[in-house]
Write a protein that binds this ligand. Structure first.
Ligand code: TRP
Length: 353
């Protein structure tokens, strides 16, 4: 039977935040513990991060440990998921080199993900070739591990679509059997968490509107108490809007009925709290204090685990080293297979003469 293999990853350009927790990390832990997958590879995509940070390598370097500790502190278990660093698997570059022949310039130019990322970075006038070709590199990341399932954010779907095209083209050209992967995208209200600064912005490091998994308890509280709410809810007696209000959006993602029983027993559930806020007579401070309690309950064990890991960086490094060695062994087999299908194993099965 065909295997179920997951490959996913993050560019190490910053610490991970609540948006990552609900959009990807919780799902990864659930996949890992479901027993439904034969293998799970989680990649720290440092080489991809370099394509738009080539002049700031220390940022990429320092965030490798941050991201690894974030992974481990939320419950990604290196006994069950292979954690590795992209640049340490040099076979990926060689796979990409052959994939480059499967892609035309115009197709990359039309990739909607790439288009918007080029714009965000101000690369319209002059695009570094390394950055422009990262979707091809990403195809190599996926194919190298025979992944059939790629959990990504909605914004990455066109990149996975391009991977599928590359695989089809390689398979047809060389009569090969590489696995064509599928993207899976988080759905529902957790798919895209807004920032603390308003309902329409996405939580992100560059916008300065994030609550990080590694933030101290005081920092989390300070950020929650400063959150944007309903700008028209000026007096406690005013009626308030819950739909475009980040505090209520976060509660709808994170708060459980048990949290109400524990921290705010005057209400049984979010429905009751919302109704009171809409009617008027409920102040922002009460709601924010509750959100703070809810988030502290989620973040405290993560923070404690992280503090332990920070005391033992050698352990984190050994996880990454072992994962990278294993990833390399798998990618080498795929590369060997590709070269055989292309007849490039001149000193092996396909002898030159
Ligand atoms: N491009 C992804 C991101 O920005 C990171 C990534 C690199 C990735 N290679 C991958 C994700 C392969 C999934 C599969 O988040």
């Amino acid at each position: 039977m065909a295997k179920n293999i997951i490959l996913t990853g993050d560019r190490p350009t910053g610490k991970l935040h609540l948006g990552h927790l609900v959009g990807s990390l919780r799902n990864r832990v659930a996949f890992q513990n479901s027993g439904d997958f034969d293998e799970i590879f989680i990649m720290i995509a440092d080489a991809q991060a370099i394509t738009d940070n080539f002049n700031d390598l220390s940022k990429v370097r320092s965030n490798i440990m941050n991201v690894a500790m974030d992974y481990l502190s939320v419950g990604i278990n290196p006994e069950k998921s292979h954690l590795f660093i992209q640049s340490q698997v040099s076979e990926l570059t060689e796979i990409m080199f052959y994939f480059m022949n499967m892609v035309h310039l115009g197709r990359l130019e039309r990739n909607p993900t790439l288009k918007s990322e080029i714009k965000e970075r101000g690369f319209e006038k002059s695009i570094p070739v390394g950055f422009f070709t990262y979707p091809i590199s990403q195809a190599a990341d996926i194919v190298a591990f025979n992944a059939n399932i790629v959990p990504v954010g909605e914004d990455q779907v066109p990149v996975i679509e391009q991977t599928r095209e590359i695989v089809r083209s390689f398979n047809a050209t060389y009569n090969a059997n590489l696995i064509e992967p599928k993207a899976i995208v988080p759905t529902g209200k957790a798919a895209r968490l807004c920032g603390i600064d308003g309902p329409d912005s996405k939580m992100s490091k560059s916008l300065g509107n994030a609550i990080y998994l590694a933030d101290s308890a005081e920092e989390v509280k300070r950020k929650v108490m400063a959150m944007y709410t309903d700008p028209n809810h000026l007096k406690i007696t005013d009626s308030g809007d819950v739909d475009n209000n980040p505090v209520f959006i976060y509660l709808s993602v994170f708060a459980t009925d048990d949290d109400f029983a524990e921290f705010l027993p005057e209400y049984q559930n979010l429905g009751e709290l919302k109704a009171h806020y809409k009617k008027g007579g409920l102040g922002d401070v009460v709601v924010k204090r509750f959100l703070n309690d809810v988030l502290q309950k989620i973040l405290t064990p993560i923070r404690e685990k992280r503090a332990e890991l920070e005391k033992n960086p050698e352990y984190v490094i050994s996880v990454l080293k072992n994962g990278s060695d294993y990833a390399r062994s798998v990618a080498a087999k795929t590369l060997q297979y590709m070269k055989e299908t292309m007849g490039l194993d001149y000193f092996g099965k396909n002898k030159l003469v």
